[in-house]
Design a protein around this ligand. Structure first.
Ligand code: NI
Length: 173
């Protein structure tokens, strides 16, 4: 395990107060542990965005939108039909009198999945939304293995080294 360092952070008091309330609500023992998880999550997301993923990515896009915006629903359906190969499944929930939520399961090349998600998120009438992208664990392993093979041709088998290093294919939650 790496050396633990302390560092100072300048932050507005109301922002810190809200963060501390969040930390308490989520059940973290300390502010530091919560911050570490936030940093890890950002790093994982950054890596997913940056790497050239050879295989497909899996995504869930959650959208909350105005039920009365009928033009929006037509646009959403049209976009999904244009990219039907990426859309695995759609869950629609009537949240209340005014709002709908859709969870769209996507599967495909990372650029295509993100482009479709951006197209849906940017439609007028979508009040909030987020794309969550992940990889099948074996695709993460394949990518890591091929990079290591280039860098360390004489090293022991990847599976053994990964185990020895205590790495798992999934980020800590
Ligand atoms: Ni609805």
């Amino acid at each position: 395990m790496s050396e633990v360092l302390r560092f100072g952070v300048s932050i507005e008091s109301d922002l810190l107060e809200s963060f501390d309330q969040l930390v308490a609500r989520q059940g973290y023992a300390t502010r530091s542990e919560s911050l570490r998880d936030l940093i890890r999550d950002a790093l994982v997301r950054s890596r997913l965005e940056g790497q050239d993923v050879a295989g497909e990515v899996l995504g869930t896009l959650t959208l909350v939108y105005d039920h009365h915006a009928h033009e929006l629903m037509d646009q959403m359906a049209e976009l999904q039909h244009q990219h039907h190969g990426l859309v695995v499944s759609v869950l629609h929930v009537h949240i209340n009198h005014d709002d709908c939520m859709e969870v769209i399961v996507l599967r495909g090349r990372t650029g295509e999945v993100r482009t479709l998600a951006d197209g849906l998120l940017s439609l007028k009438g979508v009040k909030h939304g987020k794309l969550f992208v992940t990889l099948a664990a074996r695709h993460i392993t394949e990518h890591t293995a091929s990079r290591r093979a280039h860098a360390h041709a004489a090293a022991p088998p990847t599976r053994l080294r990964r185990k020895a290093a205590g790495q798992s294919g999934r980020p800590k939650k």
